[in-house]
Design a protein around this ligand. Structure first.
Ligand SMILES: [Zn+2]
Length: 324
């Protein structure tokens, strides 16, 4: 997989302009930011880790998760996502233009992974977005029901237009009753004000023994560690940067038993290579990385990425856990 397949360059320029406007809107409302302890372990001791977008990214002294504090209060975050011109652009332009590639490269492999763990009963996808994952889960699994939970009105409408069963609400207001067999949540938890509350809500709708499968960035992954604040993962919307151990510990505290942590990301090496080629990252004093990422890229690039993915070192992680 190459990055341009899922993020076409010509569309990303307009997307970047809109994103900058959204972030400016948010930063104008700093009076509505609040300080928080570590969202993974509740510890309060931290050091400054990155500075970007005029935000403070703190590194927890206890669990080594990174988090934005002060951060937008929950009501401000709701307004932000409702008013975002960037999300509207993704929904109306970027997703439609790249859906075929995204379906093949991201959503089908995601659905294949999910159905390899569970393929029957009721599945709820929290933060269903454009609905492509739900379509693939229906196609590949034998689920009785697949429910798209999506609070953003335009995206929820897109899911309805695709014929999906949609609940237009965040998980804490979804009124699903109980007894769900599988909850999936892709690239959601890093955006949330209170990850712990979110996981407790996921536990509340799952039946005992039900499966939670979620993905998010791994702050100890290669491209995040190599690029630091240059990494596109370090983002004003990403408030929580956990790693397999810190997210695993949080899951255990929220009533889950972790079965597996995986880092199947495919893009780390290419993302770092791109920054080096663009001159943003110097590899002058990094001869090993220069060899792998530039000089012998054709020979070593894919194998290096395979190594990162297999050893828990990619920046994209999956946690698979059962409700206790
Ligand atoms: Zn912590």
């Amino acid at each position: 997989m190459r990055e341009t397949d899922i993020r076409p360059d010509e569309l990303m320029a307009e997307q970047a302009r809109r994103y900058a406007a959204d972030v400016a809107w948010l930063l104008e409302r700093r009076d509505r930011f609040v300080e928080v302890p570590c969202p993974a372990c509740d510890a309060t001791e931290s050091t400054r880790h990155w500075a970007k977008y005029e935000l403070d990214y703190r590194r927890c002294a206890s669990c080594e998760s990174v988090y934005v504090s002060p951060r937008p209060e929950p009501a401000l975050l709701d307004e932000y996502y409702r008013n975002s011109t960037n999300y509207e652009y993704w929904n109306t332009v970027v997703f439609p233009a790249s859906e075929a590639a995204r379906r093949e490269r991201i959503f089908r492999p995601r659905a294949e992974r999910v159905v390899s763990y569970a393929r029957t009963g009721t599945l709820v996808d929290v933060g269903a977005g454009y609905g492509t994952f739900c379509e693939e889960a229906i196609a590949l699994g034998d689920f009785d029901r697949v429910i798209a939970l999506e609070p953003e009105p335009h995206l929820a409408q897109t899911c309805r237009d695709k014929g999906l069963e949609v609940i237009e609400a965040p998980v804490e207001r979804a009124q699903l009753g109980v007894g769900v067999d599988v909850v999936t949540s892709f690239e959601v938890i890093e955006h949330l004000f209170a990850p712990r509350l979110f996981l407790e809500q996921c536990a509340a709708i799952l039946r005992p023994g039900g499966l939670l499968m979620l993905t998010c960035p791994n702050v100890k992954g290669f491209d995040v560690e190599a690029l630091g604040e240059l990494s596109s993962t370090v983002d004003a919307e990403h408030l929580n940067y956990m790693h397999p151990a810190s997210l695993g510990a949080l899951l255990e505290r929220c009533g889950f038993a972790v079965e597996q942590a995986l880092t199947p990301g495919r893009l780390d090496a290419e993302l770092v290579r791109k920054r080096a080629l663009a001159g943003d990252l110097s590899l002058v004093e990094q001869p090993f990385l220069r060899r792998v990422l530039i000089d012998e890229w054709e020979r070593l690039g894919d194998a290096f990425q395979d190594f990162l993915a297999a050893q828990g070192l990619s920046s994209n992680m999956w946690l698979i856990a059962r409700r206790s």
